[in-house]
Design a protein around this ligand. Structure first.
Ligand code: 6GU
Length: 310
């Protein structure tokens, strides 16, 4: 799986060289590269943001810089090509447009030229709210097309279902927003180009930027890759997986009694049927108490006869 991450703090992802993720890279399971968005700027200040149109607090990430970066990483033809080489120097091309190298960022200069050519799809909010957002269309392995993912606190929740689906992709490209977010035309534009674009929130709280959210999604996705984890079974049995997503039962190890607290006797009985039943009951009870929303989503057909009594 090829993974590109774009951020104004690419060093944040240095931790990916450690631990399980580092081993997965060494094994060739994943190939990760964190890019600095500012490498695609052309102005002396390397600016990536501007004030919100319509007013309001904070800054919004500019579409032009993102577009040059994403066009390149997605392997799309550059539209308004003011290129650059690896040293950040300008590389002139026949299609250079003076406005892309200017520090001036008036509204008319945004992606007007691009917008004229592309019928930006109207995004249906109802559709966006109902997961999955799209489908990675392959039956038995990697999909070819890249998936472009933007963390966004105002987007649908990222779930285990999304992690599972994305673990089948061949190329993931994460775009980390900072400040108050990114220009909404960026995802719209790439969707209109036929790119599989996802926007996800990781929970109902506010973070300063997309970096932490991307780390969370990346770990949830890559640990599902065959060979990533030592023990494949530990993946199957966990919470939120499978048709029947319940919180997991509680776990104990030896000794049977510790500081006066005993492990439940049934777990010591050696009767696997009883142990399974005990664990299943506990999973149902705990889910009902802690996450009743998960019980509501349960498929009734997935409950067995014994479950109905509890
Ligand atoms: Cl994806 N981004 C930010 N900035 N904050 C968040 C989030 C994402 N998900 C929850 N909070």
């Amino acid at each position: 799986m090829k993974i590109d991450i774009v951020s104004v703090f690419p060093e944040y992802f240095d931790v990916l060289n450690l631990s399980l993720f580092g081993k997965a890279q060494a094994k060739g399971l994943v190939e990760v590269k964190a890019h600095n968005l500012r490498d695609w700027t052309h102005d002396v200040h390397h600016s990536v943001d501007d004030t919100p149109v319509g007013g309001g607090a904070g800054m919004v990430m500019k579409p032009e810089v993102w577009a040059e970066c994403l066009d390149e990483l997605l392997g799309l033809e550059p539209v308004a090509a003011a290129g650059h080489d690896g040293d950040g120097n300008m590389k002139s091309s026949a299609t250079d447009r003076s406005d892309t190298v200017s520090d001036d960022t008036s509204d008319q200069q945004s992606i007007g030229a691009v917008r004229d050519e592309v019928d930006v799809a109207a995004v249906d909010i109802e559709d966006a709210a109902s997961a999955p957002q799209a489908s990675i269309s392959d039956s038995n392995g990697r999909a070819d097309g890249p998936v472009l993912i933007f963390p966004n606190p105002s987007a649908p929740l990222f779930t285990q279902r999304d992690a599972t689906e994305l673990s089948h992709a061949g190329h993931l490209l994460f775009g980390c927003g900072r400040y108050e977010g990114y220009d909404a035309r960026i995802p719209d534009y790439y969707r209109a180009q036929g790119v599989d674009v996802r926007e996800y929130s990781i929970g109902d709280y506010v973070l300063n930027g997309g970096e932490v959210a991307v780390s969370v999604m990346l770990e949830a996705i890559t640990r599902l890759l065959p060979g990533f984890m030592g023990n494949a079974e530990s993946i199957v049995e966990e919470s939120y997986t499978g048709e029947n997503a319940l919180l997991e039962h509680r776990q104990y190890t030896k000794p049977a009694e510790w500081r006066g607290i005993r492990v439940p006797d049934i777990l010591l009985s050696g009767d696997h049927g009883k142990v399974d039943r005990f664990r299943r009951d506990e999973a149902l009870e705990r889910t009902n108490a802690i996450r009743p929303d998960l019980i509501e989503q349960l498929d009734c057909a997935a409950l067995d006869k014994a479950d109905r009594k509890t």
